[in-house]
Design a protein around this ligand. Structure first.
Ligand SMILES: [Fe+2]
Ligand SMILES: [Fe+2]
Length: 163
């Protein structure tokens, strides 16, 4: 059964996957620091926004609202696992977002491109794995644990806090 909350999370997951896939192509296409023209600068700003929104607003919603409701129902296993993954993804995502923003302004140096590639590659791996897990387990758990009223309430919180 599809829930409103699940649909909203799914939408955001797909946006993040798209951003990560485009990052992967960008990293793969450039062995040396690429020239940052207007188009690349726009891409870097967009990447930075998407990553920050994912790990600040989306993770925040999951932890502060959704996971809390799960814990109230004794569903702690999935919460512990996903929260642990958030902790390992967040600093990496912020690092990549900051490097992307700096590059949009000032371009890449050999050093910053190396750092961006390493952190970006690791982020792509961890985040896609995390999203796959949530798509398989979390969305089903939402429909099992939230009744329609709780789902509607949760979806409203998501729209208010994440957009
Ligand atoms: Fe998520
Ligand atoms: Fe998550």
């Amino acid at each position: 059964m599809q829930t409103q909350t699940g649909a909203l999370l799914h939408q955001a997951h797909m946006t993040t996957i798209e951003a990560l896939q485009s990052l992967e192509e960008f990293l793969g296409a450039n062995r040396k620091p690429p020239q940052v023209d207007d188009l690349v600068a726009r891409k870097m700003k967009q990447l930075s926004r998407t990553l920050r929104s994912e790990v600040e607003n989306h993770f925040g919603f999951e932890e502060n609202h959704l996971f809390k409701a799960f814990i109230e129902q004794g569903e702690t296993g999935i919460v512990t696992m996903l929260t642990h993954e958030h902790r390992s993804i967040l600093p990496l995502a912020i690092q990549v977002a900051d490097l992307a923003l700096a590059a949009a302004d000032a371009g890449f140096t050999d050093a910053s491109w190396g750092e961006f590639r390493d952190a970006g590659g690791e982020l792509i791996e961890r985040e896609i794995f995390h999203i796959q897990k949530e798509e398989m387990g979390l969305l089903a758990a939402i429909s099992a644990l939230l009744d329609p009223e709780a789902d509607a309430e949760m979806a409203n919180i998501y729209r208010a806090e994440v957009g």
